[in-house]
Ligand binder design. Structure first.
Ligand code: GSH
Length: 216
C-alpha cells in the first residue's frame, strides 16, 4: 500500500492519524504540490492531482480522506476500530466527520487564504469566517459534554478528522475557553498516533520556514 500525501495538508494528516491508529504498514510518497515537476508527474499518474491518495496492494487508487480511512479500517483488523460496527454509531461518526471537513477544515482553509490577501472586503469576510469557526467550536464543546472522544468512548474517524483542524486552529482561536473541548484537546495531544503526525508536521514547517520546502 502506498500513500501519496503532503505533511502540511490537513486531509493528509487526517489519513496519517488513521493509518498510525490502525498500525497499518504503507510506503510514504510525498508530493510537493507547488513544485511544477512533482505536480505534473503526479497529475499524469492521477489527473485530479489531489492528496491524499491511496494506492492499494492491487493497484487500485482511492482518493478522499474519509473513504481511504474506511477502506483501511475494513482491510486491517489491527489497532483501533475507526468506523463503529453498530449502525447508529457508524452513522453519527460519518456525520461528525462530514461536519468537521465542511464546517471546520474547509472554513480554516478559506480563512488562511483570505488572510494572505489584503483589503477591507477581506476583513469583513475574515470576521465572518472567524465567527463561523467559533460557533463550530461551541458546537464541539457541547458535543463533548458527556463523551470521552467525539462519538463516544472510542476514538473514531471523526477524531482523525478533528485533530489536524485543532492543531491548525490552536494558535488563532481560544480553545482553552471551551472546557470540554480543552480537555479533549489535551487528551488528543497525548495520543501516540497524533504525536507521530505532529512531529512530521513540525519538521515540514521548519523546512518551509528555512526555505527548503515549498508551501502546498
Ligand atoms: N475532500 C478531499 C480534499 C482533498 C484536498 O483538497 N486536498 C488538497 C490538499 S489538503 C489538495 O490536494 N490540493 C491541491 C489542489 O487542489 O490542486 C479529501 O477529503 O481528501
Amino acid at each position: 500500500m502506498e500513500l501519496f500525501y503532503h505533511p502540511l495538508s490537513r486531509y493528509s494528516q487526517k489519513v496519517l492519524v488513521a493509518l498510525y491508529e490502525k498500525q497499518a504498514n504503507f510506503y510514504p510518497r510525498i508530493i510537493e504540490l507547488t513544485d511544477p515537476f512533482s505536480r505534473k508527474e503526479f497529475c499524469q499518474f492521477y489527473p485530479p492531482g489531489k492528496v491524499p491518495l491511496l494506492k492499494t496492494k492491487t493497484g487500485k487508487l482511492i482518493p478522499e480522506s474519509s473513504i481511504i480511512i474506511e477502506y483501511v479500517d475494513n482491510e486491517f483488523s489491527t489497532g483501533t476500530r475507526l468506523l463503529p460496527k453498530e449502525q447508529n454509531l457508524a452513522l453519527d461518526t460519518r456525520l461528525q466527520d462530514r461536519l468537521i471537513d465542511n464546517d471546520f477544515s474547509n472554513i480554516l482553509f478559506e480563512l488562511e487564504h483570505q488572510k494572505l490577501e489584503s483589503g477591507d472586503k477581506n476583513q469583513i469576510r475574515i470576521k465572518q469566517l472567524e465567527n463561523d469557526i467559533n460557533r463550530f467550536l461551541e458546537y464541539l464543546d457541547t458535543l463533548l459534554e458527556d463523551k470521552h472522544w467525539l462519538c463516544g468512548d472510542s476514538l473514531t474517524l471523526a477524531d482523525c478528522a478533528l485533530f489536524p483542524c485543532l492543531y491548525c486552529a490552536q494558535n488563532h482561536f481560544k480553545i482553552f475557553e471551551y472546557d470540554n473541548l480543552d480537555r479533549y484537546w489535551h487528551q488528543a495531544q497525548l495520543r501516540g498516533a497524533f504525536q507521530q503526525v505532529t512531529e512530521e508536521v513540525d519538521l515540514a514547517q521548519i523546512e518551509v520556514l528555512s526555505g527548503r520546502r515549498p508551501i502546498p
